[in-house]
Design a protein around this ligand. Structure first.
Ligand code: NAI
Length: 420
């Protein structure tokens, strides 16, 4: 356990040792232990309140912004749902975590599922929804088993207190990376192919089955517990953010930090050294040079020209080749593109082809210019974040490491990775 700028901890075991279902079911924090630490006290008090609208101003005060990656003000999204008179209303908790290097939600749920369930109760009560659905990506089997077991415990707990709360269900959702995009997730929940819809209308206007729906990420929902508990205990609410750190570091893991902690501190805590570049927000937020010491919050990232995104950090040391890394990134986006819109379907494939040529020393200056224009078009015209991010991270890499790309045109790979 390392402590800096807030509470920090590393992931249980190595990333290769992802716990299986049985192990996860043995290890998670049971309801009794959660309640002993004050768990469900905030949700139970909220159940007694007649007017729950004060929670919206609490979220404003805590400056809660969507922690799935986009950073949209949570209270604004909720107000949009509340002002919609249509019924039924839904809450969908997005647990289709898919960003490369991102496992912050899985770690949270596998260790402390009741925090997510309490947050789900809180959100359901404030939003007055008819049903809450926790949509879990299909291959998160252990996390789903843990959630289902915890939900059984919660149902018995609420029944023993005669507490009536909106129904919560846990649903497994298959599909690729893009199914984590909120409207693709809604499509999948409705039993269709998981492809994004055109927005607006936003889900709060027309969401699941065309009805008003708030879609919030797991972490955003879990953090509600901290905010409401602080309020009831007379403390000022503050948001902590979870960062997953991987790549060339000694201690990969999930780190919980106060918003605004410097990237340099996080890199130091995780044992990164000789850092050449850092992917931020998984890879979707962009690529930073190794010495960029930005403040890890939405505004700090924006000022540095990147997105905080999921908060995940992938570290590349000086031994890595940027071209080689970007080839992998390009392959990832091409494989995950759903193909619904042309800029993404064609652009992601085009970037793979160009990167293949650069890596093989068969590209020209013209190819770089063409790649740049393809990436710009993708960023500006793709239907959803996938194509936009694929273009953005490519432009970052080319803008910040152009020298290395140009060396490859001359057959030089300083890391000695390409041309072999
Ligand atoms: P967005 O900025 O378009 O929307 C964010 C949220 O705000 C959505 O829920 C949207 O419905 C809502 N919203 C925006 N304007 C609204 C309005 N006027 N009224 C009501 N609601 C409104 O971002 P998007 O495309 O939903 O997400 C992109 C982010 O997802 C990226 O920043 C990326 O970091 C993150 N991401 C996360 C992944 C993960 O595994 N957690 C995977 C891939 C991307």
């Amino acid at each position: 356990v390392v402590k800096i700028g807030g509470r920090l901890y590393t992931y249980r075991g190595s990333l290769q040792e992802i716990p299986g279902k049985e192990e996860a079911l043995r290890a998670y924090k049971r309801l009794d232990a959660y309640v002993k630490e004050g768990g469900y006290s905030a949700a139970l008090r909220l159940l007694e309140e007649r007017d729950r609208s004060f929670v919206l101003s609490l979220l404003d005060r805590a400056n809660l912004r969507g922690l799935g990656g986009a950073g949209f003000p949570t209270a604004a999204k909720w107000r949009s749902l509340l002002s919609n008179p249509d019924r039924p209303k839904y809450l969908v908790v997005n647990f289709h975590e898919g960003e490369p290097g991102t496992f912050k939600d899985r770690e949270l749920v596998e260790s402390n599922p009741h925090k997510l369930l309490e947050g789900t109760l809180i959100a359901s009560l404030v939003l007055d929804v008819d049903e809450a659905i926790i949509a879990v990506r299909e291959d998160y089997e252990a996390a789903r088993a843990v959630l289902e077991a915890a939900l059984e415990e919660l149902r018995a707990f609420l029944a023993s207190r005669g507490a009536a709360a909106p129904p919560i269900s846990v649903v497994s959702v298959g599909g690729s990376y893009v199914v984590g995009e909120e409207t693709a997730l809604l499509e999948a929940l409705e039993g269709r192919r998981g492809e994004p819809r055109v927005r607006p209308p936003y889900p709060t206007e027309r969401g699941l089955y065309g009805k008003p729906t708030v879609v919030n990420n797991v972490e955003t929902i879990a953090v509600l517990v901290d905010i409401l508990r602080a309020y009831y205990e007379g403390r000022e609410p503050a948001v902590e953010k979870r960062y997953s750190v991987t790549g060339d570091v000694e201690r990969p893991g999930v780190y919980v930090l106060k918003m605004g902690t410097r990237l340099g501190e996080l890199l130091k805590a995780s044992g990164a050294s000789d850092v050449k570049a850092v992917f931020i927000g998984g890879v979707s937020g962009g690529l930073l040079p190794g010495d960029a010491d930005i403040a890890l919050d939405f505004d700090g990232a924006r000022k540095a020209g990147v997105g905080l995104g999921t908060g995940s950090v992938i570290v590349l040391s000086n031994g890595r080749c940027i071209v080689d890394a970007m080839y992998e990134v390009a392959q990832f986006f091409a494989a995950e593109s759903c193909g619904k819109c042309e800029p993404c379907r064609l652009g992601t494939r085009e970037l793979v082809e160009i990167m293949r040529r650069i890596k093989a020393g068969r590209a020209t200056e013209e190819d770089l210019k063409w790649a740049e224009s393809v990436a710009k078009t993708m960023m500006e015209t793709s239907l959803c974040g996938l194509g936009q991010a694929a273009g953005k991270v490519f432009l970052d890499a080319l803008g910040r490491f152009r020298e290395e790309f140009e060396e490859h045109l001359r057959g030089v790979c300083r890391a000695g990775v390409c041309f072999r």
